[in-house]
Ligand binder design. Structure first.
Ligand SMILES: *[C@@H]1O[C@H](CO)[C@@H](O)[C@H](O)[C@H]1NC(C)=O
Ligand SMILES: *[C@@H]1O[C@H](CO)[C@@H](O)[C@H](O)[C@H]1NC(C)=O
Ligand SMILES: *[C@@H]1O[C@H](CO)[C@@H](O)[C@H](O)[C@H]1NC(C)=O
Length: 339
């Protein structure tokens, strides 16, 4: 494929998260820990794991390892879990792909032609007590599915920007039996996850012939500065792009010459900052079996060093989800209810 492993060219960081990595003194972060939302292949429901600011990747299962939320709508299966909140932390949403790959007669072809065009959503006003789930149909009848939601909240507009992956069939092909265009990243805005704007393309690489799924953003601490991670479905690798001009600004592919974060099979990227070490970021990528942890202290250059499971305490077997930063109050509340 002409793709060389990037590992050899990276200056690897020590394989431990001890204080041996020099970093800028941390500013006063309000965060006390991390909440990881995920699912399992055996039971596609919402599972939570908690870690502290001291040991970001040492996630411990909550609710005695049982699901925190289980869908009663749509396919009743939840994959690709995403937890988000507004800036005031007065409302929280868990948003998932509506897909049960264990259902009788399941086929990926069917799931991408006549799959769910909705996302399963739960709302809470305190992160602890959750309303009943509902299915929000966010895609047009042309779409074959709606996968892998991710969200950025815009506090100025008081709108959530919701992203997902889909493919679209010809308007005349109402049963989606013919060809579709390539998987692409779509988006809509919503003030409340009840009413949504018309879905539109966000990233579509038909000209380059690259199908895309599994986009997730990483805020880089300054207005308009983000990284985003996307899975190229031709090669099944994840690549990174960065911008300094906002979600709809100019994005630059970080890895040189069309390379990837790793030239290995990965999907479901989830990225988050270290709340104590300014400029240190973590990236989890699912190798189809489990999340593998990576760390970067040079995220603008897209340099990610793989970390060991033992060194970090990351549990084995975690699947596509996201990591949400918890304030001290939220951390205590989650621990009290689900610890
Ligand atoms: C929110 O929207 C405003 C107005 O469209 C824009 O200027 C700003 O950059 C956006 N902020 C984020 C965090 O996307
Ligand atoms: C759509 O196509 C599928 C697969 O061929 C078929 O099972 C189904 O009955 C069709 N539905 C309609 C409304 O034609
Ligand atoms: C990680 O820990 C397990 C359990 O203690 C041990 O069996 C394994 O050898 C360790 N792996 C590495 C790479 O140190």
């Amino acid at each position: 494929m002409g793709i060389l492993p990037l590992l050899s060219t990276l200056s690897l960081l020590p394989l431990s998260l001890s204080s041996t990595i020099p970093h800028k003194p941390a500013p006063e972060y309000p965060y006390a820990g991390y909440l990881l939302s995920t699912f399992t292949d055996a039971n596609p429901a919402v599972y939570w794991y908690l870690s502290s600011a001291e040991n970001p990747l040492a996630f411990k299962p909550l609710n005695a390892g049982n699901p925190v939320l289980t869908s009663t709508v749509g396919t009743k299966g939840n994959r690709d879990i995403f937890l988000t909140a507004n800036e005031e932390r007065s409302e929280y949403f868990v948003i998932t792909t509506d897909l049960d790959i264990n259902a009788p007669g399941f086929s990926w072809d069917e799931a991408t032609r006549r799959g769910s065009r909705g996302l399963v959503i739960w709302r809470s006003s305190n992160l602890i007590d959750w309303d009943e789930p509902y299915l929000a149909t966010i895609e047009s009848p042309q779409a074959g599915m709606a996968w892998a939601p991710s969200v950025i909240y815009n506090a100025t507009e008081e709108e959530y920007y919701l992203f997902w992956a889909s493919r679209l069939y010809s308007p005349s092909d109402t049963n989606h039996t013919g060809p579709a265009n390539l998987d692409r990243i779509r988006y809509a805005t919503t003030p409340d996850f009840i009413s949504f704007s018309e879905p539109a393309d966000y990233v579509a690489l038909d000209d380059e012939n690259i199908p895309l799924i599994d986009q997730e953003f990483l805020y880089l601490g300054q207005e308009g500065h983000y990284a985003r991670f996307l899975k190229d479905e031709n090669v099944l690798h994840v690549y990174q792009e960065t911008t300094t001009t906002g979600l709809f600004g100019d994005w630059t592919r970080t890895q040189d010459g069309g390379e990837y974060i790793r030239a290995s099979v990965y999907e479901g990227p989830a990225a988050f900052p270290d709340v104590r070490a300014d400029g240190r970021y973590y990236l989890l990528m699912d190798n189809y079996v489990e999340y593998v942890p990576f760390v970067s202290e040079d995220v603008e250059e897209g340099e990610w060093a793989e970390l060991g499971f033992n060194a970090t305490g990351l549990p084995r077997g975690l699947k596509h989800g996201n990591v949400f930063l918890l304030t001290g109050r939220e951390y205590e509340a989650v621990l009290k209810r689900f610890g």
